[in-house]
Design a protein around this ligand. Sequence first.
Ligand code: NAD
Ligand code: GDD
Length: 330
Amino acid sequence: MPEKIALVTGAGGFIGHHLVSYLVAQGHKVRGVDIKAPEYEASKAHEFELLDLRVPGNCERAVSGVDEVYHLAADMGGIGYITSSHAAITLHNTLINVNMIKSAREADVKRFLFSSSACIYPQYLQHKPDVTPLREDDAFPADPEEGYGLEKLYMEKMCQYFSEDWGFPTRTVRFHNVYGPLGTYDGGREKAPAAICRKVALAADGSSIEIWGDGQQTRSFMHVDDCVEGIFRIMRSDYDRPLNLGTDELVSVDQLVDMVSEIAGKRLVKRHDRSRPQGVRGRNSDNSRLREVLGWEPSILLKDGLKPTYRWIAEMLARKADAPHVQAAE
Ligand code: NAD
Ligand code: GDD
């Protein structure tokens, strides 16, 4: 019998790259596919193909001979990017997602995992910093994040319909803000943890850094090691409805900045800029269902996960020529 292959789409990106390493370490044969190669280190995938998954024929090629699909490829970024690119994001992700699930079903793939987002949750439930953690059933009546969140919600429903009408086995995972080493930290797509690490690393002790919003907005942040373990566990579970994957450690953006500053050993003044994109006022994950289904939930505390993240970003910046104030944390 031919060896089973796990396909990771988006394997050139942050979570996909970590997932490939995790699956290979677990003994799986892995095919990685992306429109670009991983930026910071080589992929450990047994096969890596550069394919544009907006093109139907490329999706057919990607799933050929594959047993399981971890579908992570997407046009995505932090709040700055997703609020400024509604047309491109909906166009690209619709094409990628529709072609991928169609091809996977036609190739008789045994399991298909879709990487959704906490951005599908209604904005009317996220107006306060002390937000009530979001439960999976809160998704409707819908009022998702424009563009990116709306498309994710539609694809979630496609997964459900493929499963109900055609018996196609899907898994749907709603990630809450993921951070860690090897994630995008500059260029406009970076999310808050990486952006703050970059700003702190580049700042001289005693100087000021720009923070988007008033700093009181809240989030929960999940370390990428927890994320890939959760993805693997959810793929193996029998549960085919959407599941949160995040921590329920709620912190404000200002608290995030303080944690990173402490790791860096710098005292910095926060310059709040209320004209920059802020997204929802508060967002947290209710992990009751995740615990019920898996008997597990992410456990890496933010202050612990930020240490290797800050160290990696500081090192990357230090390698670039003119970053005189950068100090890698011990
Ligand atoms: P990422 O941008 O690092 O990775 C996505 C990858 O998809 C990139 O490498 C990109 O090149 C690839 N891609 C984009 N268009 C493509 C195309 N046409 N063909 C082939 N590949 C293409 O993002 P990530 O943080 O690793 O996110 C992975 C998945 O998780 C995405 O679906 C994202 O929407 C979802 N997600 C991530 C977070 C987070 O906090 N990182 C939160 C919620 C959901
Ligand atoms: N990106 C960024 N950069 N955000 C900053 C910064 C900065 O320099 N300073 C403060 N923030 C604030 C933002 O204003 C926002 O209120 C908060 O930090 C979090 O921003 P992001 O991390 O960019 O995005 P998000 O949490 O609103 O949404 C992200 O998470 C979703 C899943 O939970 C995005 O990455 C989505 O694409 C993702 O689906």
